[in-house]
Design a protein around this ligand. Structure first.
Ligand SMILES: *Cc1c(COP(=O)(O)O)cnc(C)c1O
Ligand code: SF4
Length: 342
């Protein structure tokens, strides 16, 4: 696998790199047995993993798996992708659509909840399946997947001059190939009242090769002010290669923000949260949000009580520069913004 470094500038990197990230998606682990085998976990993890994977399949790229510690069932990266028996006994507050997103769908693929900004479901697929995902039951198969199918959503954006920002989300919009993403972005840039484009993606964290030259050219290649919001929950997710990819985005003048979810067994400790913020700010990435977990069916074992979260964030503030402490937020169905807890 080719490592994305400054050196790739001297070779036809975009071609090689494109093949690399797509290859990394193809070779991702999809079978619970393989995940358990690669991590050398005890056999008792097999049966529950197989059962829970029927509800939401395993999907974990090898690159992400390599950052885990073999033999450790409590590895914070593994916890994010390994189906556990805990998923099989849902909590009473759990719902399949915890944020009532179904009611915010304006037209297929377009969600608007907040003033001024609308969210386009640009892709149904993700580069990783996070067990805590609030969209794990989202009806992605109903979302548009081609330029033609996005037209009604683009038309709605064009018809509403109160919007000045478009969010590309999903799924993960960077699972689209660069040519398709570029075409979508230039259509959005063609809408006069849109000033900013925000891409919500976990791909630069999961498969750093995704930050191809072609992607950078696309992001630079139109008049919109670009924001990329990545998603890392634990400092061990950000290795050197991830750092290089994030730097490549920053070097283009793109603002890069991170959002994390507060997760029991993953980052519910001062060490993990402070370590994550330090890794991010050392690269120049701003910790934006720390999300309280949504009540999605099958994920209640990740829940950290708000009182504990508040205490953690308060203590973070004693250890970090002010800009390194993310806003701790919760999303309430029907709210006019995310609600800041701390
Ligand atoms: C979270 C979210 C946004 C973005 O909210 P910000 O507070 O601006 O980051 C926009 N639209 C939808 C539907 C969202 O869920
Ligand atoms: S990458 Fe984001 S949308 Fe995809 S499974 Fe993970 S949390 Fe959910």
């Amino acid at each position: 696998m080719q490592i994305v470094t400054g050196k790739t500038d001297s070779v036809p990197a975009s071609v090689a790199a494109t093949a690399d990230w797509q290859q990394a998606l193809k070779s991702a682990v999809r079978e619970p047995d393989e995940l358990i085998d690669r991590l050398q976990l005890p056999a008792r993890y097999l049966a529950p993993a197989r059962q829970a994977a029927r509800e939401f399949p395993v999907f974990a790229p090898l690159d992400f798996i390599r950052r885990m510690e073999p033999g450790n069932p409590h590895d914070p990266l593994l916890r994010q992708v390994l189906p556990l028996d805990l998923e099989l006994s849902p909590g009473e507050k759990d719902r399949k659509d915890p944020l009532e997103e179904a009611s915010a769908i304006q037209t297929p693929g377009l969600l608007q909840k907040y003033a001024g900004r609308a969210l386009l479901i640009a892709a149904g697929a993700c580069a990783i399946h996070c067990r805590y995902c609030f969209r794990r039951h989202f009806p992605y198969q109903e979302a548009p997947r081609s330029l033609a199918a996005w037209q009604p959503a683009l038309q709605m954006l064009a018809d509403d001059p109160s919007l000045d920002e478009v969010l590309l989300s999903g799924g993960d919009p960077l699972t689209l190939v660069d040519s398709q993403l570029g075409a979508l972005m230039s259509q959005i840039a063609g809408i006069e009242h849109i000033c900013r484009l925000r891409i919500h993606t976990r791909l630069p964290i999961v498969i750093p090769e995704r930050v191809t030259d072609e992607l950078l050219a696309n992001l630079k290649g139109n008049r919109l002010t670009m924001f990329v919001v990545v998603h890392a929950n634990h400092p061990a997710e950000i290795d050197d290669r991830v750092g290089v990819g994030l730097r490549r985005l920053l070097d283009q003048g793109i603002t890069v923000l991170n959002q994390a979810v507060l997760l029991k067994g993953v980052n519910d400790s001062l060490d993990a949260l402070v370590g994550l913020s330090r890794q991010l700010i050392n690269l120049g990435v701003v910790p934006y949000y720390l999300h309280q977990l949504d009540h999605v069916a099958g994920a209640s074992h990740f829940e950290v009580p708000v009182s504990q979260g508040r205490q953690l964030v308060k203590t973070m503030r004693e250890h970090l520069p002010g800009y390194a402490v993310p806003r701790y937020v919760v999303e309430k169905p029907g709210g006019s913004s995310k609600e800041v807890i701390s």
